[in-house]
Design a protein around this ligand. Sequence first.
Ligand code: 3HC
Ligand code: NAI
Length: 698
Amino acid sequence: MSEVVKLAVTGHCAVITIDAPPVNALSAAVRRGILENVMAANADSAVQAIVIACAGRTFIAGADITEFGKPPQPPALNEVIEAIEGCAKPVIAAIHGTALGGGLELALGCHFRVAVADAKHGLPEVKLGLVPGAGGTQRLPRAVGPEFGVKMIVSGEPISASEALEHGLIDEIVEGPADGAIAFAKKVVAEQRPLRLLRNDDSKLVAARADRSLFTAAAAAATKKNRGVNAPLACAEAVSWTLDTPFDDALKKERETFLRLVNDDQSKAQRHAFFAEREAVKVRGLPKGVKPRPVERVAIVGAGTMGGGIAMSFANAGIPVTLIETGEAQLTRGLAMMQKSWEATAARGGIAPDEPAKRMALIDGKIGLDNVRDADLVIEAVFETMAIKKEVFTAIDAHAKLGAVLATNTSYLDINEIAAVTERPQDVLGMHFFSPANVMKLCEVVRAERTAPDALLTATTMANRIRKTPVVVGVCHGFVGNRMLAVRGLQGEALLKSGALPDQVDAVLTRFGLPMGLFAMGDLAGLDIGWRSRQDRGLRWDIADAICESGRLGQKTSKGYYRYEPGSRAPIPDPEVEKLIDETCKRLGLTRRAIGDQEILERMIYPMINEGARILEENIAARPGDIDVIWLYGYGWPVHRGGPMFYADLVGLKTIVERLEFYARSLNEPALKPTALLARLAREGSSFASLNAARTAG
Ligand code: 3HC
Ligand code: NAI
């Protein structure tokens, strides 16, 4: 008897219920339970139809990802699906929640599928660097047509019940999943409907088989955007077999591809990212029983680039916001930007036409800091100057209600120092969002020395509510992400002095998979920001400063590390910059040399990894996986490379230590020496993955 799969017969209908929380993933026990019960129901002469349903919050959400890479346990999912397909009685999948991956593949093996109205259906394997491995690439296109099928499988995006009905993926939308499926089963039996085996149904393939051009165009459109990632192309190829390869042969090829990709570093990286994100959002070390404080209204101070984006994120989640500025002009400009942004989304079809007005109605614009009084959470996003932050927090402290959580969006400043100007440092912390704040998923939640556990939990809970990924970090200059970014910036400057040019460095980074190069990103953000911050800290970067001193402040002046044609954001390498770099180096007595791409990659990435290790030594981040999540969601690190710390393990920590020692020596830069933690892990033959496991368990 299976513990996780139960069989009940009501009337002439057998209902097989899977009950394996949290998401009914297809572990070996679940597969075995389904197989046994399907065979039992099929053999029971009193049974005329079989329903497969799930208990809990969702239909089967896929294969059990934790089993990947381990020795396979019988029965294989394909075997279970074939048993279902081969039943002499109609088998109906009763879908609620999310039918994903192997879950949808199992449903596709059923003869019929019904779903509740808010159910989602998808094959997200591509997001784990995989192709569907249990017939999804062959049965889904037979249900919905190969053009729509390739789009669904390559994007991995789920579709709603109404879309599923429209495209023929499900047969009916029902009210309750099991009851609806039983009623549907009765109809099927009464009408003696023939069993539909998708494996034998090529009706939706006929047109594409006669003229492949439509499919080729759909596959090309679906795979257009991928940057050096293997799975999307493999998915498209697998779907193409529906047009020319017999079903069983295609199934065999699909399985081989799945097994090849499961062992590929890209899939390992993507699976690491999946679990790292889910670990990162869990706040550890909190006293038992601590609860988040209730939050009904949020106040955002500052309606600039960040304040506006943060306010939009809250309004998007239906949470009312008081948006506070110093004057009418700033407030009006801020509100107008938000409205424009929502209207652009509505025009693209991203939200309903009435949504911009609904969301604007949730934002209450006000002048003056006394307006924080009704808020349960206050987020400050004013200028990045300590004196101003202190002034603003003193005023917030005077007006905010007792128990309100007070957050700053500072990028670099010392939050302990900000908290100290208030009478309630236990309520103060950082909520560091990333630009554009209404889009980027990351929120570094910065725990200051005296932050209370329930204040911290309130911040992470609220970040989750607005669909961000919160990662708890400690106080230091730049926290985790920007601190590592600063190290990379410094190495960029050093590379230019050694002989590289901005476009050469950027090309290496974009080929690696980052969305933008270091210097193009600087031009986009504005070079004066870093210049001013260096001046404040008494630092001089000879080349970067010389560029700014010549009036080149980036895209806003049409010139920076690159030049820009009027109205264009495309960076064009500029001989004037090369001349400026040459002259600066001559003045400093430096000889420039040709630099290879491998050296650029190593000098860009390895010092960041070293800084990540230092951050772990100082416990500013709890786990290597947290650092990876920060880079994946805050800086566009390519997911198929898992994050900088995951990438370090792939390269091998011994190699990274050797190369850092080499550069520290040859460039005479002691700061590049491997940190004690990195050196120890390398010496012990260990990895960040082991450290991650130890710190997650501990
Ligand atoms: N295998 C193992 N564990 C899984 C899992 C899976 N497929 N899906 C989710 N989980 C775990 C999560 O790790 C998490 O565990 P935790 O509580 O210990 O951290 C727990 O279930 C709950 O997950 P979420 O926090 O993500 O819950 P949500 O409600 O936010 O989301 C979900 C639910 C939409 C189902 C989301 O978890 C998800 O997208 N899961 C992955 C789905 C997927 O990729 N399926 C395809 C797998 S590959 C496959 O099926 C191969 C086949 O073709 C052979
Ligand atoms: P911004 O200059 O676009 O906006 C700041 C706004 O604050 C202005 O509209 C200003 O009028 C308002 N303001 C100033 N003093 C105020 C006061 N006393 N009361 C109410 N409003 C006041 O600046 P931006 O870029 O939005 O940055 C804000 C904060 O967010 C800074 O601390 C910055 O470091 C941080 N940040 C910025 C990011 C970015 O990419 N721009 C990314 C992450 C954090």
